[in-house]
Design a protein around this ligand. Structure first.
Ligand SMILES: Nc1nc2c(c(=O)[nH]1)N[C@H]1C(S)=C(S)[C@@H](COP(=O)(O)OP(=O)(O)OC[C@H]3O[C@@H](n4cnc5c(N)ncnc54)[C@H](O)[C@@H]3O)O[C@H]1N2
Ligand code: MOO
Ligand SMILES: [Mg+2]
Length: 628
């Protein structure tokens, strides 16, 4: 991100911190340093210089080696007094402000506000965010103002004005929509501070790994790699409300408690006659008089007396006193005008064909749990509760690219020795099906500068990055070197086939960070590593709870397998002559044979301890497709 030397930044740290128990917010410890230091580190690369507005503990702020300016209007007059102090000392034509309790602010805040201010001829540009289905949320203290407005601000303050939006009402304001509302989160209470600190604390991989007694990055068992990844990633915390249909395949962000009982009344499960079970004679036919008809949606006030019944349709509300329904095909209509019915002894028992109020969902009970991925049945269930909008996790943003000089995109000439890039298409498919917002960054050459640029660019814009290629030990594989330089990334050789090399960690650029999955280049290896490492991690980041069930199936033939490593063989599950399920592997299992994946409908998971498999042995299988 380029610095804009026409802008000075001012960190607003002048408040009383009353919601934090009157502590100085900016100086609160946060992730190894202080809140204000985080804000400073995010702003410094964007602007010419940074200063702080503070009214207490001035020496502690001055220790950050930036100028500290207290309010000139007395009595903790709020953020406008801070802006006034900042503008009075500001030597540049523009001043950017941000509060000291917003440690996640965007790396492009200055650039985007500046662009909007200039292009719209505005006095002030401020950040706004909008979550789907919600109203726009302005963030008035994340603003860029023209320093020349100082006299206007001083006049407003002198007249007793204190509200930031009140002052803006006198100005031309440009609003800039940022799509990451997480970035503007401010931390108001000590509780929030502590929960952020522990929940999103950037742990080092070293700390996670040190919990394992027998860690060997060059011979890491699959289960250990999965555990390290699971322990390292943390869920995103941004929630949005969406209309029910848009919630399909999204991750539910809060428990849903049933506001009503479904069904709301006892009702009939059959078209037939509602009756009192006590009227049924055990020793001979029962004759009952039909006194009315009840249709679904049209409850009746009638209360049948002994010896009476009511014709009822499926879903019709059970009349008071009735507890059983006889389907109409089991009765004989008798009597004059067929007003009576006759039921043979033993045809039904008391309570048959009656559906109870709340038997599907009881008012006040948990209908759906947070973390569930909403499938068609869940949409229906929510609809049955009359719920029109659902809180879901915001979509995870994932960038991906392929690395390698030998790669060509489809549409390009396939030069000698080159291959078409297929990994970007398998990754596109897998990420899309997982419900991620994807950014396809194309092919990146085996060139250190291009790789660094691509990784930094991705890091500043997404939650996670998936790359393919360059993670083994080849001479042109710069990927490892650059990844390691940009953050906390580890390189493993995992005890598995295919997919042995894997890079995993977190990289940083301009105050932003993103998780990184450096998958191996071989076309089958990239898919297998995605399914068995990246998938679970991305789901965990989405806050989703979606374990994969393994089926146990008979192997149709013998399979060669080395013990001491996990092998993921591509298989076809079918039924044999006795209608029993069996699985056969799909011919050549090389890591470059993508056909083996395409022909397969499942993966045979052969665990570490297993050796060769004989025909008829039971093996674990993971199906590629679900029902929908
Ligand atoms: N001396 C060693 N060599 C290799 C080892 C090893 O341990 N020691 N591991 C092998 C294994 S296992 C794998 S898997 C690969 C992984 O290699 P890289 O991640 O470095 O990937 P590349 O070298 O860039 O490419 C490998 C292979 O895959 C083709 N490829 C790459 N990207 C794509 C793409 N987007 N679309 C289609 N095909 C792609 C590439 O052309 C190479 O053929 O390393 C082994 N070597
Ligand atoms: O593990 Mo590599 O994936 O064999 O090609
Ligand atoms: Mg390589």
């Amino acid at each position: 991100m380029k610095k804009n030397s026409m802008i000075s930044a001012l960190i607003l740290a002048g408040g009383r911190g009353s919601r934090m128990g009157h502590v100085d917010k900016g100086l609160q410890p946060f992730r190894g340093t202080t809140m204000v230091q985080h804000v400073l580190e995010r702003l410094a690369p964007q602007v010419g210089n940074v200063a702080i507005n503070a009214n207490q503990n001035l020496a502690a702020y001055a220790a950050l080696k930036v100028p500290v300016w207290p309010d000139e209007t007395t009595g903790f007059a709020g953020p406008l007094a801070g802006l006034e102090a900042g503008m009075r000392h500001c030597a540049t034509p523009y001043m950017l402000s941000a509060p000291c309790d917003s440690p996640f602010l965007p790396g492009d805040l200055a650039a985007r506000l500046f662009h909007a201010l200039q292009s719209q001829g505005a006095d002030v540009a401020l950040a706004v965010t909008q979550e789907a289905g919600m109203r726009k949320q302005p963030h008035p203290v994340f603003c860029l103002v023209k320093t020349a407005l100082l006299p206007v601000l001083s006049t407003y303050l002198a007249a007793g004005g204190r509200r930031v939006d009140g002052w803006y009402a006198e100005l031309i304001v440009a609003e800039v929509l940022f799509d990451d509302s997480d970035a503007f989160r401010n931390i108001n209470t000590l509780d929030e501070l502590h929960s952020f600190d522990s929940a999103r604390a950037p742990r080092r991989l070293q700390d996670v790994v040190s919990c394992l007694s027998d860690y060997d990055p060059d011979a890491l068992p699959v289960r250990q790699a999965q555990q390290i990844i699971r322990d390292f990633v943390t869920p995103i915390r941004s929630v949005e409300k969406v209309a029910l249909r848009s919630a399909l395949d999204r991750v539910l962000a809060a428990d849903i408690v049933s506001p009503i009982s479904v069904p709301a009344h006892d009702n009939s499960a059959m078209d037939g006659y509602a009756l009192r079970g006590a009227d049924l004679r055990p020793d001979g036919p029962t004759t009952l008089t039909v006194i009315a008809t009840v249709y679904a949606g049209r409850p009746s006030e009638l209360v049948p007396a002994a010896g009476e019944c009511v014709r009822i349709m499926t879903g019709g509300v059970m009349p008071a006193g009735c507890d059983s329904v006889i389907p109409q095909e089991f009765v004989a209509n008798v009597g004059v005008g067929e007003t009576d019915i006759s039921i043979d002894a033993g045809t039904i028992r008391t309570g048959d064909n009656r559906r109870f109020a709340g038997e599907d969902l009881m008012a006040g009970s948990a209908a759906l749990k947070k973390g569930k991925i909403l499938r068609p049945a869940d949409l229906g269930l929510l609809a049955s509760l009359g719920i029109a909008e659902v809180p879901v996790q915001r979509r995870l943003r994932v960038a991906f690219f392929s690395t390698g000089d030998e790669l060509r995109s489809i549409g390009e000439t396939l030069d000698a020795g080159c291959v078409y890039d297929s990994n970007r298409y398998t990754l596109y498919g897998m990420l899309t099906r997982l419900g991620c917002d994807i950014v396809d960054m194309g092919i990146v050459k085996d060139d250190p500068q291009a790789l660094e640029e691509a990784l930094r660019n991705a890091c500043e814009n997404v939650d996670a990055i998936v790359t393919s290629g360059g993670v083994s030990v080849g001479a042109a594989d710069y990927t490892r070197e650059i990844m390691a330089r940009l953050g906390d990334v580890t390189f493993w050789k995992i005890g598995m086939r295919p997919g042995r090399p894997l890079a995993f960690g977190q990289i940083n650029s301009n105050g932003k960070s993103a998780y990184l999955f450096g998958l191996p280049g071989n076309p089958v290896a990239v898919m297998v590593s995605f399914y068995f490492f990246a998938r679970a991690a991305l789901l965990a980041m989405m806050g989703a709870d979606a374990p994969l069930p393994l089926l146990r199936v008979k192997s149709a033939g013998a399979i060669r397998k080395k013990s001491g490593r996990t092998e993921y063989q591509r298989g076809i599950l079918s039924v044999d002559a006795d209608a029993a399920q069996q699985v056969a592997i799909t011919g050549s299992q090389g890591s470059g044979i993508l056909r083996s994946m395409s022909e397969a409908n499942c993966m045979v998971v052969l665990h570490d301890e297993m050796g060769n498999v004989a025909a008829g042995d039971m093996v674990d299988v993971l199906m590629f497709e679900g029902l929908v």
